[in-house]
Design a binder for this molecule. Structure first.
Ligand code: ADP
Ligand code: MG
Length: 579
């Protein structure tokens, strides 16, 4: 898995080498300064050579400048490396998600996918933002500082290392506490966001039930909890700052006392003494860094595992290697002995045989849950059939590329999904490169032109999230306009007007009829009055296709259709007359 992680570094090899080299230099300089001071004090000071001292300081100044520059490179370019990797991963994940089938989305929570794309990648990013280099450098600095101290004076070094473990223990302990506190903080924040999202999304329900007080109370509880957790994390931070201040001074004092003793004994020069003190202080930063990396590592690994899990989910519906691209199909459809089930337990469709000629309008009727929607969703290969075959113009749909197959099929459903944005954006979704005239033509055919013209912003009118600012009829017309633009030879109308009132339904029916002209049309209808004129009506029940024929033939048969029709006839008398 580590190898897989590092494979994301590959495109940025140059950046990595630059970052790494600079980081090594920064670490070396960090260790070099105490030695330089040592030299100035012990060798230049006794000779009282003022010129040399000035030159040495100028040299040091140059080194400081270099260090600053390299620190900039490490911080900025190093993070750029991490950010690039994170961006690449996010793009790859998004590309992959787009390829996954309906079945995957049926079984996946949107929120989880969202957190894959944001949180998990951020955790990975945390490690990728030069985690490996930092770890290397920090360890190197520690070892280097230890060796130098040992080199200066063995006994002093050993004594100092009696107290340093105390420091290590403290840093590890507090870092752990901090991480826990932040973890809780993130958890609370996630709850918080979920609450707000739920509340704002369902504001219509909240206000309709006049439950604002209740929601306020729930929110206040969350808010309080957030406050307490946040306070706690600052408390830990404050403790950390105070205690680490004292500890650092204590270690310094310890070195000061021991060092002075050794100097008095003549075992340590002044310069060595100062260098030793400086080196002691080199210890703090890498220690904290190592700790931070150790803490972020498991989270990064966990995030990467979840990331890989999705990346390794093979799209269960994909182009065959030799799939052909179709340009324009005629629209002859044939289902042969088709079987399908969503899961092992229950089969939805069994041995379905169905032939539809190009240009024909076929209506599917039957009880809810019989499998009408399922039957139609097999045609664009939203789900893969378990047995039999489906072909269009004599070609098995599995031999056609998914993209070109789906470009030939248009679907208008009961609950239109509109993207938040403008009317224009939603119409052109049918044909992304549509010209201005084409858009208006589609709007005209869908009888949406008048409405658009009546809006001050015209095509740029914002329709709100999922189109909340439009009426049901307007939404449906937008979906129809989109379909006119797409102009597919095969059309599926899945209860497209079921959610509308009868008057709007009748009006939209005209647009739909206009839309279905010259196309093979599969209509699923709940209200039978709307499909009387279909070329053929197919009755689908749990047993499969049980009756088919024209409206009059089926009425004469006095079977299921005739019973369904009688049952609705009274209710929809006025409307069935008008159609
Ligand atoms: P109809 O359109 O005739 O009302 P559907 O084709 O929507 O019926 O559903 C047929 C059966 O398949 C129902 O029992 C339904 O519960 C089940 N079903 C529909 N969609 C799914 C799905 N995405 N996952 C699992 N089962 C489903
Ligand atoms: Mg349905």
């Amino acid at each position: 898995m580590l190898r897989r992680f590092f494979s994301y570094y590959r495109p940025y090899r140059g950046l990595f080498i630059l970052d790494f080299t600079c980081a090594v230099f920064v670490a070396l300089l960090e260790l070099g300064f105490p030695l330089a001071v040592n030299m100035v004090v012990d060798q230049l000071l006794p000779s009282k050579d003022w010129n040399m001292i000035v030159w040495a300081c100028i040299g040091l100044l140059a080194l400081y400048g270099m260090n600053a520059g390299m620190n900039y490179v490490v911080t900025y370019w190093g993070h750029m490396l991490g950010i690039n990797i994170e961006t690449d991963m996010r793009k790859k994940l998004y590309d992959h998600i787009q390829k996954l089938s309906f079945r995957f989305f049926d079984n996946t929570k949107t929120g989880h996918l969202l957190s894959r794309l944001t949180n998990d990648l951020m955790e990975i990013g945390e490690v990728a933002h030069h985690g490996p280099e930092d770890l290397f450098i920090a360890v190197m600095t520690l070892i280097g500082a230890f060796l130098l101290m040992f080199h200066i004076n063995e006994e002093m070094a050993l004594l100092t290392f009696l107290v340093i473990p105390l420091l290590i223990f403290f840093v590890v302990h507090f870092n752990r506490k901090m991480t826990k506190a932040f973890h809780r903080l993130y958890g609370d924040m996630a709850d918080f966001n979920a609450r707000v999202e739920d509340n704002v999304g369902g504001m219509r329900v909240v206000q309709a039930f006049a439950n604002e007080q209740f929601e306020n109370k729930r929110f206040a509880e969350n808010n309080q909890r957030f406050r307490i957790t946040k306070l706690l994390s600052y408390k830990i931070m404050a403790q950390n700052i105070s205690v680490s201040y004292v500890l650092m001074r204590l270690v310094n004092l310890f070195v000061l006392i021991c060092g002075s003793w050794f100097v008095i004994q003549g075992e340590l020069t002044y310069g060595e003494f100062i260098a030793f003190l400086l080196l002691t202080n080199v210890f703090f930063r890498p220690l904290e860094k190592i700790n931070a990396i150790i803490e972020s590592y498991p989270k990064g690994i966990a995030g990467f595992k979840r990331y890989i899990e999705i990346m390794d989910t093979a799209p269960d519906i994909a182009d065959a290697p030799d799939a052909i691209q179709v340009e324009s199909l005629k629209g002859d459809i044939s289902y042969k002995n088709v079987s399908f089930s969503y899961d092992q337990e229950s089969s939805v469709l069994q041995n379905i045989d169905l032939n539809i000629r190009a240009g024909e309008t076929i209506a599917f009727v039957g009880p809810s849950g019989a499998g009408k929607t399922t039957l139609c969703s097999l045609l664009p290969r939203f789900y893969e059939i378990d047995g039999g075959s489906i072909s269009i113009d004599g070609m098995d749909i599995r031999e056609i590329t998914l993209a070109s197959l789906r470009s030939q099929i248009g679907i208008v459903q009961q609950d239109v999904f509109l993207f938040s944005g403008t009317i224009r954006e939603n119409i052109v979704y049918g044909k992304l490169n549509a010209s201005e005239e084409e858009i208006w033509e589609a709007a005209r055919l869908a009888k949406l032109e008048e409405f658009i013209r009546s809006q001050p912003a015209g095509l740029e009118t914002i329709i709100g999230e999922r189109g909340v600012k439009l009426s049901g009829g307007q939404k449906q017309r937008l979906a129809i306009a989109r379909m006119f633009l797409k102009n597919p030879p095969i059309l599926i109308l899945d209860e497209a007007t079921s959610a509308l009132d009868t008057e709007t339904e009748a009006a939209i029916q005209q647009s739909l009829q206009e839309l279905s002209k010259g196309r093979t049309t599969l209509v699923i209808a709940h209200r039978l009055a709307t499909i009387k004129n279909a070329d053929r009506i197919i009755v689908v029940t749990e047993q499969g296709i049980t009756e088919q024929g024209s409206h009059d033939q089926l009425l004469a048969r006095e079977g299921i259709y005739s019973r369904l029709y009688q049952a609705q006839f009274g209710t929809y008398l006025d409307q069935s007359n008008s159609v």
